[in-house]
Design a protein around this ligand. Structure first.
Ligand SMILES: Cc1cc2nc3c(=O)[nH]c(=O)nc-3n(C[C@H](O)[C@H](O)[C@H](O)COP(=O)(O)OP(=O)(O)OC[C@H]3O[C@@H](n4cnc5c(N)ncnc54)[C@H](O)[C@@H]3O)c2cc1C
Ligand code: FES
Length: 509
């Protein structure tokens, strides 16, 4: 059984700072059938950026969002808009060569400037701020790697320097510093994008789940309440839902945790990430007149969640001890797809696809990678060449190193599937309020949760993607699938794919 008693529960309200402080949108659900040039599924940074870029070049677009604008991964991010992705250039140069690393950097730098322009042109009030970004090192070994990253990034033409002058409230040995980077309130930014997209023959639909994609001329996105017919379709649902493109085999979902704590000091003009483990990511922001420090980290493969309350507690301890946080106000977790070879997948859904495109594998740096990806597709669908497209190509052949990683990652997933199938489940469980457990009811694996009012909710424990057994996540009160990262609410509703269908209800035991 997985549960968290009140005394064990981590500090802070279990909601993202960005979602909690943005207010909500109220776009209608799709009712009936419509025709547009481009249908975009998913109102995260990738989908909405693509939609606006396409609208600005004369296309009509319809964005279809199952929940509300910005409530997906983008609403649960740290908020850094940067081309400094920890030590990415060293890794990319090693695995793909300097040209690819340079293109990746250029695409991400251009994404920062794109966001800056959109914020200015659309007048989006989203706390956009220019900051410097640092990857800092506390040990001699890490400082050498940081120095190497700075030199390489500078050679690639990026705004990089090595420095020992790092504006953190604790001592570090050095850092790579990128100038001219940024940070945003992500949900407010997406709400601004949605507002700019909606109208003039283009639409944003909320509360509308895409259930099926049909390629063709025109193609179609079928939802429960109508169909969007379109010349082209972009699937920007973070991970494509269902089995489209088999991307759940080419990316593995990696989850991380964040806490946002109140501080008495104004925000710094800088964001940070550690070079060594345990990874710590730091951003400061003023939201509604209150100063916050966000601390992120404790990342893991979705199948290796372990003690999630302990993960929040370790982040909170770091925030209190090293960053002067007075009180943790919010805590949350989310996950993103890590591509096998370190590069996002952007382009046609499969080699055979004609009008269906995908953006996925944003490697936990999707504010910039997702923006760059959206601009690639906006060019592609407008018949313009894009010089970053070959590097991000969704149908690229996998180099040998990635093939080895493919086998390793999928062996781990197969082990998780098998563990779910073989585990003996109890036939009953005494649940306290807030607790959940997977038990056998009439021979079926059933996910049973008792809410704070003592009401029991029962849904199938078999993930609707490929049949793994879900587990209860007591810190976030969700049912999580260990295989490819689908997450479900306690009533069985899909929160995050690749699962496309809800967990069906089961009789309450
Ligand atoms: C803990 C953490 C911190 C991060 N911090 C940063 C950071 O500081 N900077 C950075 O650049 N990146 C960061 N990232 C990565 C970044 O947040 C993501 O890469 C990015 O937000 C993904 O955007 P997206 O548009 O692909 O997905 P989403 O924002 O999830 O958008 C997809 C949307 O599709 C909707 N959807 C799903 N299925 C359907 C369907 N069938 N029909 C209709 N709608 C559907 C979802 O509801 C969702 O709103 C972080 C990631 C993690 C995990
Ligand atoms: S996410 Fe693939 S089986 Fe659950």
């Amino acid at each position: 059984m997985n549960a968290a008693s009140d005394s064990e529960r981590p500090e802070g309200e279990p909601v993202s700072l960005w979602v909690a402080t943005a207010g909500t949108t109220d776009y209608p659900a799709l009712r009936g059938d419509i025709d547009v040039d481009v249908a975009v599924v998913g109102a995260g940074i990738a989908g909405l950026t693509a939609a606006l870029a396409l609208k600005r070049t004369g296309h009509t677009v319809a964005v279809i969002e199952t929940a509300r604008v910005g409530t997906g991964v983008t609403g649960h991010t740290t908020g850094k808009v940067t081309s400094l992705h920890r030590l990415a250039y060293t890794e990319l140069e090693r695995s793909h060569g300097a040209d690819t690393a340079r293109t990746y950097g250029q695409a991400n730098q251009a994404a920062i400037e794109h966001i800056a322009h959109v914020v200015a042109e659309e007048g989006i009030d989203c706390g956009f701020r220019r900051v410097a970004t640092y990857t800092y090192a506390e040990t001699d070994d890490a400082v050498a790697r940081v120095r190497e990253e700075a030199a390489l990034a500078a050679r690639l033409g990026l705004p990089a320097t090595f420095t020992t002058d790092v504006p953190l409230p604790f001592a570090v040995k050095g850092a790579v510093r990128f100038d001219g980077q940024a940070q945003i309130h992500t949900v407010k930014y997406l709400q601004g994008l949605a507002q700019a997209v909606n109208g003039g023959g283009s639409f944003v639909f909320e509360g509308t789940r895409a259930q099926r994609i049909r390629d063709g001329s025109p193609g179609a996105v079928d939802t429960g309440s109508g169909t969007v017919r379109a010349r082209d379709i972009i699937v920007a649902t973070n991970v494509p839902f269902g089995g489209q493109g088999l991307f759940y085999l080419r990316c593995h979902p990696h989850r991380s945790y964040l806490v946002a704590g109140r501080v008495d000091t104004p925000p710094l003009d800088a964001t940070f990430i550690s070079a060594e483990e345990p990874l710590r990511s730091i951003l400061t922001a003023s939201v509604g007149g209150t100063s916050y420090v966000l601390t992120g980290g404790e990342g893991h493969r979705v199948s290796e969640a372990g003690d999630t309350a302990g993960r929040y507690r370790r982040l909170a301890a770091f925030a209190h001890d090293r960053l002067g946080v007075v009180e943790i106000a919010y805590r949350w977790s989310t996950q993103d797809g890590i591509p096998l070879d370190g590069l996002p997948y952007v382009g046609r859904m499969s080699p055979a696809a004609k009008h269906v495109y995908v953006i996925t594998g944003l490697r936990k740096w999707g504010l910039s990678n997702g923006t760059a990806a959206a601009l690639i597709l906006a060019d592609t669908l407008s018949g313009r060449e894009n010089r970053w497209a070959p590097v991000f190509n969704s149908n690229r052949t996998t180099p040998a190193a990635s093939a080895r990683r493919f086998i390793k990652e999928n062996t781990k997933t197969a082990a998780a599937i098998l563990a779910g199938k073989l585990s003996g489940l109890p036939s009953h469980a005494a649940l306290a309020p807030g607790e959940g457990a997977v038990i056998k009811v009439n021979g079926e694996s059933t996910a049973v949760y008792k809410d704070a009012d003592g009401r029991v909710h029962a849904v199938s424990a078999i993930c609707t993607h490929l049949g793994c057994t879900v587990g209860f996540n007591p810190s976030d009160t969700t049912w999580d699938c260990p295989c490819h990262g689908s997450r479900f609410a306690t009533d069985g509703t899909v929160i995050q794919g690749p699962a496309a269908k809800n967990l069906p209800p089961r009789p309450v035991p």
